[in-house]
Design a protein around this ligand. Structure first.
Ligand SMILES: [Zn+2]
Length: 237
């Protein structure tokens, strides 16, 4: 068999093994990933709640300022009332007094309302922090449980990768570049066997001329339909 093709088959088998590792790790990490996502969401929630709390605090300050303004206005009116001269003046002052008092009542109830909101938000923040700490503990536990399993797979992965690079180094680099190009889209089905004269990747039958070219095995042949690298199964035995 063509040496280039033989090496391509070998390298594609190693790549296939490497490709299987990532989903394996992802499967093991699934629970962990779910918890990490939950943690991220919780952190966003806490940031949102803090922002909400700040907005309430700004609102509270405004109310307190308005209240202080209305209170001093009321004091002023009370002072003016002591040296009022006419009924008309008194009436005008009474109206002003009423407005100031209404303002004070309103701002006081607003302050109460906002303070309650701040308290509720603070409670939510506290609960969220507790939940976050709990998630951290769970994440650590899962990490501890799966780390040796993942390390094992990564070790295996590194060994196969080393085997691959040793093989690739001694290969014809033009063939390697071509293979990598096919691999970009065909992934683990870049080098496929031909069954009953059909491509093992796209399953379209090769015409007799293409098939006899392939059987000669002089060069690296590709499927005329999909472009995958082909080999005839019997040739490997
Ligand atoms: Zn094909």
């Amino acid at each position: 068999m063509n040496k280039n093709l033989q090496e391509l088959i070998e390298v594609s088998l190693l790549d296939k093994e490497i490709d299987l590792m990532e989903p394996k790790i992802a499967q093991i990490r699934k629970n962990l990933t779910a918890k990490e996502t939950e943690k991220e969401k919780k952190e966003i929630l806490i940031a949102d709640l803090n922002e909400e709390k700040n907005e309430y605090a700004i609102l509270l300050t405004k109310c307190e300022e308005t209240l202080a303004g209305a209170s001093s206005k009321l004091e002023e009116i009370t002072k003016k009332m002591t040296d009022v001269k006419t009924d008309k003046e008194l009436k005008a002052l009474n109206i002003e007094e009423e407005i100031a008092k209404e303002q004070i009542t309103f701002q006081n109830s607003e302050i109460q309302r906002i303070e309650k909101l701040i308290q509720a938000t603070e409670e939510k923040i506290q609960t969220s922090h507790q939940e976050l700490a709990e998630l951290d503990t769970q994440i650590q536990e899962i990490e501890g449980a799966i780390s040796s399993e993942i390390d094992e797979i990564k070790k295996e992965q590194a060994e196969i990768s080393k085997k691959k690079s040793t093989l690739v180094e001694k290969m014809d680099q033009k063939v390697v570049v071509f293979y990598e190009k096919v691999r970009k889209w065909a992934k683990s089905t870049s080098v496929v066997p031909v069954y009953k004269q059909a491509c093992g990747g796209c399953f379209i039958r090769l015409n007799d001329r293409a098939y006899s070219e392939l059987l000669k095995g002089d060069s690296v042949s590709t499927c005329p339909h999909c472009g995958r690298i082909l080999f005839v199964e019997e040739m490997t035995h």
